[in-house]
Design a protein around this ligand. Structure first.
Ligand code: F6R
Length: 608
């Protein structure tokens, strides 16, 4: 995690890096800092809290410089304190480093340097980088960085400046993203190119174990042995438009309300009504390759994992292809077996989740074809996969995923339709599914029009500290996702569970102060979940049900029911999820939590 931003040019570097950092706050926001060189002197300031806190302090200083690096932190090693914030320095405070990633052997390097008389100020792994560079610097700054890199294990992206080289930024990357923006007489460095798009669309990406010397004149990249390498700049076609909250109190609410449009975008030109099939231009696999796929492995984390779990039902039932969904962080340590004709689907809205990237690389190395499902063009995932299906959801600013999740469900449904029509599904069935997909945006609108009712119900349940979220079949991953939203933004202990498993242990936790949110949108298992809810009621548990219009029986069981428009079982996660999102939002609002940037979280999880 963490966001790096650097600038070298004729403009006011300090205000520019602070502006850049604000665009990177989704990567972490527990502390921030800046370092610059003014009149040959290295100056810096760090603050605990968001970039706005740093900004206010820096404004008082009146610093002027054409070179600065800055950092917004998500703490890994060491608490979020001023000392632990980045930049970190060498003993002489002549060299400053900002870092994204983790140095896994930081203890060993620290001990080695301490034995040679270096004393450390912070608890961070990053300080070993700055101290090591300072220790190795014998008058050639670039050479010192190059010599330090092979001694560091882990994943990292760094930007380094030195008082003795006031016109240079040195960058290096190993399995962490770093983009260099090439402007006219000015250069940028950022963890995400989006942060400098306003100034330039030309970007150079550093690959693993590469470093770069940046001056106003340009970029010279080197390999690990410091041999110069040629790197082409890429022309980015992102939409650099500023995203604002508009009239909404939070980005989360705005993003929830965008879903009728984002669902439409995810569907746009991706199906043929006539043939009842999906058209996925991003899928760079031949008809023959697709036909031969015998097994699908899905890699994802968090909300994206829940989309993947939903897809198991879709692919297995509709296309009859066996699917395994793997938690990325666990998968790579399994020494996975990759049989011939295995397709891997890596799902990540950000395209930067370190665990998913590592798992995907492992599978790629073993010969699997990789399809990415991602929202961010130019992200590491999008650049490394064989084919990428974009969500087209637009930037998602709130840390909690909302619109990207429902778009992931749409793209996965289309992909399963593509496979299903090759194998088992009739044209008629395909047409039926497409019709139901087309109806979703207006169905979502009708759920959004019930927001007042959902808010009233949310207020009624907001004081409980423990919840169960239950569902079966398509509603099981939907329940997991509902529970995750409540945990993340309202800080409530919410247990997502398959309803049928309750009697095997968890039902012991049910009592009058532990309500259950019950997802009743799956028609095949509807009678079964009703019985499970009766068992909850028999133990004085309260039930808030989310059920399709026309479900009568639930009224006699649940304490409260929120009705959603009826759709096919395979699409029922979408309407139910819109309710979960609003429910979590209004409960969090009632409890006064920081909805868009919840504590301890970050939008891009770039450390393993
Ligand atoms: C939940 C949430 C996280 C992410 C997870 C994976 O609201 O946002 O659980 O889903 O960190 O992120 P991506 O999809 O970017 O790989």
């Amino acid at each position: 995690m963490c966001g790096i931003f650097g600038y070298l040019g004729e403009q006011d570097a300090v205000s520019l890096v602070l502006e850049g950092l604000k665009k990177l706050e989704y990567r972490g926001y527990d502390s921030a800092g800046v370092a610059l060189i003014q009149n040959g002197e290295l100056l810096s300031h760090k603050e605990v809290g968001k970039v706005s806190v740093l900004d206010a302090k820096i404004a008082e200083k009146g610093w002027k410089s054409g070179l600065a690096i800055a950092h917004t932190r998500w703490a890994t090693h060491g608490k979020p304190t001023q000392i632990n914030a980045h930049p970190q320095f060498d003993t002489a405070s002549r060299c400053a480093v900002v870092h994204n990633g983790i140095i896994e052997n930081h203890e060993a390097v620290r001990r080695l340097l301490q034995k040679r008389g270096v004393s450390f100020q912070s608890d961070t792994d990053t300080e070993v980088i700055s101290q090591l560079i300072g220790f190795l610097n014998k008058g050639n700054f670039l050479r010192a960085v190059q010599r330090a890199l092979p001694l560091l294990q882990g994943a990292f992206a760094i930007a380094v400046i030195h008082q003795d080289a006031p016109e240079e930024i040195i960058c290096a990357a190993k399995e962490s993203p770093l983009a260099i923006g090439v402007g006219e007489g000015e250069m940028f460095v950022a963890s995400d190119a989006q942060a400098f798009l306003k100034y330039t669309r030309q970007a150079i990406y550093l690959h693993s174990s590469e470093l770069a010397l940046i001056t106003k004149k340009g970029v010279q990249a080197f390999n690990a042995r410091l041999a110069p390498i040629e790197k082409e700049s890429e022309n980015l076609d992102h939409d650099a438009e500023e995203v604002t909250k508009g009239a909404y109190q939070h980005y989360m609410l705005k993003e929830i309300y965008e879903q009728p449009q984002t669902l439409q975008n995810a569907l746009l030109s991706r199906f043929s009504e006539e043939y009842g099939s999906a058209i996925l231009d991003g899928l760079k696999l031949s008809e023959e390759e697709l036909f031969k796929i015998k097994r699908i492995v899905i890699l994802a984390c968090g909300t994206s994992l829940h989309a993947g779990l939903t897809a198991t039902y879709l692919f297995e039932e509709k296309a009859r292809i066996p699917v395994e969904v793997e938690i990325s962080s666990e998968f790579r340590y399994k020494n996975p077996i990759v049989q011939e004709n295995t397709l891997a689907i890596a799902i990540s809205q950000s395209g930067e989740t370190a665990d998913t990237l590592a798992a995907m690389r492992e599978l790629k190395e073993k010969g699997a074809k990789i399809v990415g499902i991602c929202n961010v063009q130019g992200s590491t995932l999008a650049r490394e996969v064989d084919s990428c299906l974009f969500l087209r959801a637009g930037p998602e600013i709130c840390v909690a995923a909302t619109k990207t999740y429902t778009s992931q469900l749409i793209v996965l449904t289309l992909l399963s339709l593509r496979f299903a029509r090759m194998h088992t599904m009739s044209q008629q069935e395909g047409k039926h599914l497409i019709k139901a997909l087309q109806a979703l945006p207006s169905q979502v609108k009708s759920i959004l029009s019930q927001a007042d009712k959902i808010e009233r119900i949310a207020k009624k349940y907001a004081h409980y500290d423990n919840f169960f979220f239950l569902g079966r079949r398509y509603m099981y991953p939907t329940a997991l996702e509902g529970a995750l939203k409540l945990k993340e933004i309202a800080y409530i202990n919410a247990n997502g569970y398959p309803a049928g498993e309750m009697k095997h242990g968890p039902i012991a936790l049910i009592h009058e102060n532990c309500p259950t949110v019950a997802y009743c949108g799956d028609s095949v298992t509807y009678p079964k979940i009703l019985s499970n809810l009766m068992e909850i009621k028999a133990r004085s548990g309260k039930v808030l049900a989310i059920a399709p219009e026309g479900s009568k029986e639930i009224q006699g069981i649940a304490d409260d029911v929120i009705y959603v428009p009826k759709t096919l079982d395979e699409l029922s996660p979408i309407p139910a999820t819109i309710v979960s999102q609003l429910l979590a939002y209004y409960i969090a609002k009632e409890r006064g939590t920081e909805i868009d940037q919840p504590r301890n979280l970050a939008k891009s999880v770039t450390v393993e």
